[in-house]
Write a protein that binds this ligand. Structure first.
Ligand SMILES: *Cc1c(COP(=O)(O)O)cnc(C)c1O
Length: 372
């Protein structure tokens, strides 16, 4: 592949001030919300830290659901700000169950905030968000959802679910840039955010964003925004809107179904059952006889594959096959299956690549028999 001329990225014109509001509106439409949407000039982890830091105060009681390192960090940021945090940690690398959440809510105290990750690319799981959001809503608890990985890969409609704060980034299923992110904020969430100890004159302050951008008429963003990131976000939104969000979700679901079929055809168990599996990455359990490090080294040699170890407690022995964003496509799915199978074979484990490929194709065919 020829090396692109990166000098073309130099000296870009400023992003036009009048186009930021349109970007926020388009992101709001993707999130299914009429709430305020803030543009955060940083990667999504900073948006999460900003939300936690802005909410945190002594006296705030939070139920923080932990299903990956992201959730663990979130609880830590809340505690740093003096909040009382009950971390509800799911079984290692598994989704939280509705029963666990219900029990924690019943045990109390009366929580002000419930925080959860929608889908995890760290372990390939999907949390039962709609049912959990309904529980929180019944009890009048403000909800915060990390939908960074799920947006564009799973149905996520913030207003229909009653999500007060949603954090998203374009760099996963939306296949956009990693240097910007967005946060939607409901009226109820603004009330919780408006407290005496809230940070100000800070990149982590949501109230600053409200004052300096929302209330100022949504023109130029404060500071010197990185124009390349915003042009890239605009292009990513053009592409995803042209495809349609429902179709992007479907593309991810099909890639997951095809990947899982292929893995199982190799005689390898998948980590979680269908309803609990994310559509972003699929996770498989390596046989005990196969050493993970050697396997990953072998799998990564195959062109077009993206196979890595799981991240976080309980996920270390899991193997992730990535089918997020542009990779949610038959060619990338098949490249992963071929790499997985070849790596098994190279380590002396029996594997039939042809029948695994047939199984992936069958999943695509079953989803759409008219596809050529
Ligand atoms: C990817 C992701 C983020 C953003 O983190 P990076 O690893 O820095 O891209 C946040 N939350 C979740 C659930 C993610 O999957």
């Amino acid at each position: 592949m020829p090396v692109p001329d990166y000098a073309l990225l130099l000296d870009p014109p400023a992003f036009p001030a009048e186009r930021y509001a349109a970007l926020a509106d388009r992101l709001a439409a993707l999130m299914g919300t009429e709430n305020d949407v803030l543009l955060i000039q940083a990667e999504a982890v900073l948006a999460l830290e900003a939300a936690a830091t802005s909410l945190a105060r002594p006296g705030l009681r939070a139920l923080n659901i932990v299903t990956s390192p992201y959730g663990a960090w979130f609880g830590g940021w809340l505690e740093r700000g003096g909040a009382t945090v009950r971390n509800l940690t799911a079984s290692p690398a598994k989704p939280v169950t509705l029963k666990e959440v219900e029990q924690a809510l019943d045990e109390g105290p009366d929580f002000d905030l419930l925080a959860i990750v929608h889908a995890e690319s760290a372990s390939g799981i999907l949390n039962p968000l709609p049912a959990i959001a309904a529980l929180a809503r019944q009890r009048g608890i403000v909800t915060l959802v990390d939908a960074v990985a799920s947006i564009g890969g799973h149905a996520f409609e913030a207003d229909r679910l009653g999500i007060d704060i949603a954090v998203i980034g374009p760099q996963k299923a939306l296949a956009g840039p990693a240097g910007v992110s967005a946060i939607s904020v409901s009226e109820k969430a603004w009330e919780l955010l408006s407290h005496g100890g809230a940070p100000d004159n800070s990149m982590l302050s949501l109230l600053d964003q409200k004052k300096l951008w929302l209330d100022a008429g949504r023109g130029a963003l404060p500071g010197t925004p990185a124009p390349l990131e915003f042009y890239a976000l605009e292009a990513a939104l053009d592409r995803i809107e042209a495809e349609g969000l429902a179709s992007a979700n479907e593309r991810h679901e099909r890639a997951a179904a095809a990947t899982r079929n292929g893995i199982r055809a190799l005689g390898i168990p998948t980590w979680v059952e269908e309803p609990h599996a994310s559509a972003l990455v699929s996770t498989a359990i390596l046989p005990d006889t196969v050493e993970a490090k050697t396997f990953l080294a072998a799998a990564s040699q195959k062109h077009g594959a993206d196979i890595t170890a799981g991240v976080g407690p309980g996920a270390e022995r899991l193997i992730r096959l990535n089918h997020t964003g542009r990779r949610a496509h038959p060619e990338a799915v098949k490249a992963n299956i071929v790499a997985f199978s070849s790596a098994l074979k190279s380590l002396g484990h029996a594997a039939d690549t042809d029948s695994a490929l047939e199984a992936t194709e069958k999943a695509y065919f079953d989803a759409d028999p008219n596809r050529v």
